[in-house]
Write a protein that binds this ligand. Structure first.
Ligand code: IMP
Length: 429
């Protein structure tokens, strides 16, 4: 197992950025395989902060970084992110960065539609990041997307634009919006095309070559399993499959390449946007978790909802994603709590459940069953070995591990790369 696939096992924002950065310093290639610039990964390297949305985290360390076909790509967001990172001294070239030529594009009309729908939905809104992710995936599976490879054939784009605009004009009319300005869209595409095309290639082929040469590949998932379009809290989900299996289809390497599946798990729970959240705390404890954990979205700046650790959803995520081991993050946020609670099951209309049911109304109605543990007063921030942790913190980790039926491979104790306790090295497994 030379490769590692990293996925979020809750609702995203589990601290994947740091773990991916730590692993990517030892990988030969890092691949994004789903999502788009709705993701937000914060890396802290030698005190410098890098905020990534679309680019694979390996880019900061100069590791070969690849955007796979499963991603939806906003070319203008790509350019802005590359320019920002270049300004921070990160070198991004066609040597160390590649984009799948069969990647579907996010266009301004997708952003428009995302916003129009959310506004019209009022209190029933999904709470999307407003980046056009959902509409872009819809056009991809609806077979009317403009893809990266089309940018090299803009003179032959008319039939595709006909299909795309016919669809969007009808939707826009329903929102009292003017039709798509087709000429303006084409002009924008002509303008950005050379920039994107310098990185475009059949990445499945490049990855095949890299793999054959014995490279270690890191697949970098975005969002979390509870936001998966199949396995998540539907319809309050993103529009891609966020589970580990997507690493295979979203990169062009088969399932045998995915290797060690590392589920990133926060020591408590957070969620941004709308939708069910059984252990959410609407009180001063939730407030304290948010403050101690600096729980504000990297992409939208929105305040994250906070709650106790929910072992039921994490156990389910680990099962549906075939997680080999977890990385437990932000343990230090629980420092100083007198007592800590863990959700071990749900009560639903008099019945006890050991899983999250599929129906949205049931998901909203489940009541968490908690067990309580003494907390610890010492700090765990910066711990790099078990010996640095208070006994109660070790007890907490053991209990989490037992309840989710999945072993702990790493524990992260601060945003700094080296503040990590390594139990089992995913690359050496
Ligand atoms: P979309 O992906 O922008 O369509 O948003 C759909 C849902 O996924 C919303 O609840 C967003 O808040 C959530 N979401 C999307 N990306 C992320 C992420 O990177 N972290 C956490 N939540 C996300």
């Amino acid at each position: 197992m030379a490769n590692v696939t990293v996925i979020g096992a809750q609702w995203g924002d589990e601290g994947k950025g740091k773990i991916v950065d730590w692993l990517s310093s030892r990988a030969d290639a890092v691949v994004r395989f789903q999502g788009g610039h709705n993701a937000g990964h914060t890396l802290v390297v030698d005190g410098d902060v890098f905020k990534l949305s679309l680019l694979p985290s390996g880019i900061v360390t100069g590791t070969l970084s690849i955007i796979g076909n499963g991603v939806v790509l906003d070319p203008w967001a790509l350019k802005a992110e590359i320019e920002k990172l270049s300004g921070q001294g990160v070198s991004i070239t066609a040597e160390n960065f590649a984009i799948a030529d069969n990647c579907a594009l996010i266009l301004p009309l997708h952003r428009d539609l995302d916003g129009l729908r959310e506004t019209a939905a009022g209190s029933g809104k999904i709470g999307t990041t407003g980046r056009g992710i959902g509409p872009a995936y819809e056009d991809k599976v609806g077979r009317r997307a403009i893809r990266v490879c089309d940018l090299a054939h803009l003179d032959a784009l008319d039939p595709q634009l006909d299909r795309l605009c016919a669809h969007h004009d009808a939707l826009r009319a329903g929102f009292d919006q003017p039709p798509v300005d087709r000429e303006a869209l084409l002009a924008e595409l002509r303008d950005i095309a050379p920039y994107v095309l310098q990185y475009a290639q059949p990445v499945w082929k490049r990855l095949k070559k890299v793999r054959k040469a014995g490279a270690k590949i890191l697949f970098e998932g975005a969002q979390g399993v509870l936001l998966d379009v199949d396995h998540g809290t539907y319809p309050f989900v993103t529009s891609s499959n966020t589970v580990s299996g997507t690493a295979a289809s979203g990169s062009g390497l088969g399932p045998s390449a995915t290797g060690f599946v590392l589920g990133i798990v926060k020591a408590y729970t957070t969620r941004v946007g709308s939708g069910p959240f059984p252990t959410e705390l609407d009180d001063e404890i939730g407030q304290r978790l948010g403050e101690q954990g600096h729980e504000f979205g990297t992409v939208t700046g929105r305040k994250r909802r906070c709650g106790w650790f929910d072992a039921v959803i994490v156990r389910q995520s680990c099962a549906v994603s075939g997680v080999t081991g977890i990385a437990l993050t932000k343990l230090d946020v629980l420092d100083g709590f007198e007592t800590i609670r863990i959700c071990t099951g749900y009560r639903l209309r008099g019945k006890i459940l050991d899983y999250l049911p599929a129906h949205a109304a049931d998901q909203a109605a489940v009541e968490p069953i908690y067990e309580e543990m003494d907390g610890w007063q010492e700090t765990t921030a910066g711990a790099r070995s078990w010996a640095d942790l208070p006994a109660q913190a070790i007890k907490y980790i053991s209990r989490v591990q037992e309840l989710i039926e999945t072993p702990v491979a790493l524990v992260s104790t601060s945003p700094e790369r080296d503040d990590t306790i390594l139990v089992r090295d995913p690359f050496m497994d």
